[in-house]
Ligand binder design. Structure first.
Ligand code: F1P
Length: 346
């Protein structure tokens, strides 16, 4: 499977008219550092990649907002790989960031959805996500597709660098194959999420908490709610709550906690207790079969079990549905939210 995926990525890189992919692959595998530049949802996919690549391939990763990176004077060298992620492939900040990196000698890898887009054409190599056009302005399926490609990259790098054992690699590949069926199952949560949305559609603030691989998912859940329903929402690493956001919690604050069974499970259980002690309302996304968190939460959304490395592919789905239904109930145009453009080209 891995070989065929690698083959596909190489074919796609050629399709991006980049050539020299073998040489590129060596550079990627031996990179001293990977810098990811992106905006919005694509930046959140980049954060997931930081966890994946550092864990599986042991290459240091930095994730930068392209909109900041392009205006500073970053230190870069020929040994750096810069990964530009963009759904549209036209985001001006991401294009400018990669051009800056290129001018300083870095090699650029692109992950874009739109074939032949400006960012795809400006890269040295890359992979298309082939998620199909996003109908609305806010990225949804693009996020899942980006995280899938980034998971494959992390696995390929880990296997080539010898940091990912063959048994573990096989387990992850088998699990990745099962993801589409689990996504279908997660989509069956729709009716339950309609009911939850009904209760929270008039909220004025939301807090989203997650740890580890679910931290970027918390950020993405909050962004989706802001973008399409115009409700103020903040995403935080759950462990940061005590450093400020805890002051906001009372009976009027809905707190979405992504608390799947993984290495940070015990810690997130205590974060939920902290919220409950202050009368916050908990909407918990948990792993199917969990009994501890359902006893504490106000609402429980169960998603299928998977490896913690792949969990964002499933845990983001109920959050996207929640934003969608709340926005529709508030009479918002979910396809064309106010003030937002599909490609931010200025
Ligand atoms: C980046 C982005 C999207 C967001 C909105 C504005 O776009 O911030 O994530 O949903 O569409 O642009 P892209 O570079 O991934 O196309």
């Amino acid at each position: 499977i891995l070989d065929s995926m690698r083959g596909r990525m190489i074919a796609e890189s050629d399709h991006m008219m980049m050539g020299g992919i073998r040489e590129f692959e060596n550079k990627f595998v031996n990179a001293e550092r990977i810098i990811i530049v992106a905006c919005g949802t694509s930046w959140h996919a980049g954060l997931v990649a930081e966890y994946l690549i550092e864990d599986l391939a042991r290459i240091p990763v930095e994730v930068e907002y392209a909109s900041e990176f392009r205006y500073r004077n970053p230190i870069l060298s020929e040994r750096d790989i810069v990964v530009a992620i963009s759904q549209s492939g036209e985001t001006a900040d991401t294009l400018a960031a990669l051009e800056l990196a290129k001018s300083k000698g870095a090699t650029i890898f692109g992950i874009c959805n739109v074939v032949g887009s400006s960012i795809a054409r400006a890269t040295d190599a890359g992979a298309y996500t082939h998620a199909g056009p996003e109908i609305g302005v806010a990225s949804t399926k693009a996020f899942t597709a980006q995280v899938t490609v980034l998971s494959l990259i992390a696995m390929i790098l880990g296997s080539k660098r010898g940091t990912l054992e063959t048994t573990k690699l096989r387990q992850l590949m088998v699990e990745l194959e099962s993801i589409p069926a689990k996504v279908e199952k997660a989509l069956e949560l729709n009716d339950q999420i309609v009911q939850i949305s009904e209760q929270y559609k008039d909220a004025t603030n939301f807090l989203y908490l997650g740890r580890g691989y679910n931290f970027p998912v918390a950020l993405e859940g909050a962004l989706k709610l802001k973008e399409i329903s115009y409700i103020h929402a903040e995403g935080y690493p759950a462990a940061e709550m005590k450093h400020g956001p805890i002051a906001l919690i009372d009976q009027h604050m809905p707190v979405v906690v992504i608390a799947t069974k993984d290495s940070s499970y015990e810690k997130i259980v205590s974060n939920i207790q902290e919220v409950k002690a202050r009368k916050g309302r908990i909407i918990a996304v948990v792993t199917e079969g969990d009994t501890t968190i359902p006893a504490m939460a106000d609402h429980v959304i169960e998603i299928p079990e998977t490896s913690e490395h792949l969990v964002p592919l499933l845990s983001v789905i109920p959050l996207q549905l929640l934003s969608y239904h709340i926005a529709v109930m508030r009479g918002c145009n979910v396809d064309q939210p106010r003030n937002l453009a599909k490609s931010v080209t200025v």
